[in-house]
Design a protein around this ligand. Structure first.
Ligand SMILES: [Fe+2]
Length: 308
């Protein structure tokens, strides 16, 4: 029996997608999006997620995101085909959504951004877990991240992040003692991850009518999007570099602390400064706390530093 026949009907549900698990066990990071494998339940999950959040986008999302949804013609009634999204996206900023089988180690992730490729999950959360999923799915990646990639100023921010990862590699290779090298690198990766977390994932921006969201973790979460803008319990402060890189992230609940940028040019300048601070050694000793830097993240930077 053909593999496609064996796998069809099983769906591409997060945590239950044999096609993706097989790719992972073969060690394949980059995969295709076998569209015919999506089950009717998968399509229904997308329709419900989209219909539920759309009014909140109109109210709380930044204008660039809403324009991105239109420019990419993101379908409300079915899971998008990445080839269709990419056909519209490429002429705008050069960005492409590239399907992956799962977790992408730190350096490889940032290096993809530098090449204007966004590692994209193809599975979708189970319909009964609409609200919380610890790992990304296609709704988070394609409805939360990808519309932002249609905006040039934001796309340039992501590319600049990729440059920072290369600078981290350069700094790493210059440290002779392996233990000190790993310690510094862990601190630098932590600083970069926190900066990314508080901006690209959970960032707020000043808009003409008040505060709006541009972070993809907010834009793909029906509950947290409103909470981030409306709740009196959330601390919202102007983005400040020294705070962003030292503040521990919260991973299992709504963010109690969010940072506001003035514009994407402002954000770009901050990523520039992140790189300068890295060169000056200011990221070598950031405060302990989340996120943890795992072995694969660390190794991905070391591999890049000592590749032939
Ligand atoms: Fe994300």
């Amino acid at each position: 029996m053909a593999i496609a026949q064996v796998l069809s009907g099983q769906g591409l549900t997060t945590g239950k997608a044999p096609f993706v698990e097989n790719a992972r066990s073969r060690g394949d990071l980059y995969i295709s999006q076998p569209y015919e494998l999506y089950s009717e339940d998968n399509q229904e999950a997308w329709r419900r997620l989209y219909a539920r959040i759309r009014p909140r986008w109109e109210r709380y999302a930044n204008d660039h995101f809403l324009r991105g949804i239109e420019a990419l013609d993101l379908p409300p009634d079915r899971i998008p085909r990445l080839t269709e999204i990419n056909r519209r996206l490429k002429p705008l900023t050069g960005f492409q959504a590239r399907p992956v089988s799962g977790y992408v180690p730190g350096f490889i992730f940032f290096d993809c951004l530098r090449r204007r490729e966004f590692p994209t999950t193809i599975t979708i959360r189970p319909a009964e877990k609409m609200d919380y999923l610890p790992e990304p799915d296609i709704f988070h990646d394609v409805a939360g991240h990808v519309p932002m990639h249609a905006e040039n100023a934001f796309a340039d921010v992501l590319v600049r992040f990729g440059d920072c990862a290369h600078t981290a590699v350069e700094m790493t290779a210059a440290v002779p003692d392996p233990a000190e090298r790993a310690r510094r690198l862990t601190s630098i990766i932590k600083a970069m991850s926190r900066f990314f977390w508080f901006t690209v994932e959970f960032g707020l921006m000043r808009g003409p009518g008040g505060i709006v969201a541009y972070g993809s973790g907010l834009l793909s979460s029906y509950g947290e999007l409103q909470h981030a803008i409306e709740s009196g319990e959330v601390q919202r402060y102007p983005a400040q570099m020294e705070w962003l890189i030292n503040q521990g992230a919260e991973i299992d609940r709504y963010q109690p602390l969010l940072f506001i940028v003035d514009s994407f040019d402002h954000l770009f300048d901050m990523v520039d400064r992140l790189e300068r601070w890295m060169r000056q050694g200011k990221l070598n000793n950031v405060a302990p706390g989340l996120p943890e830097v795992n072995e694969r993240d660390l190794q991905s930077f070391l591999d890049a530093a000592f590749a032939d």
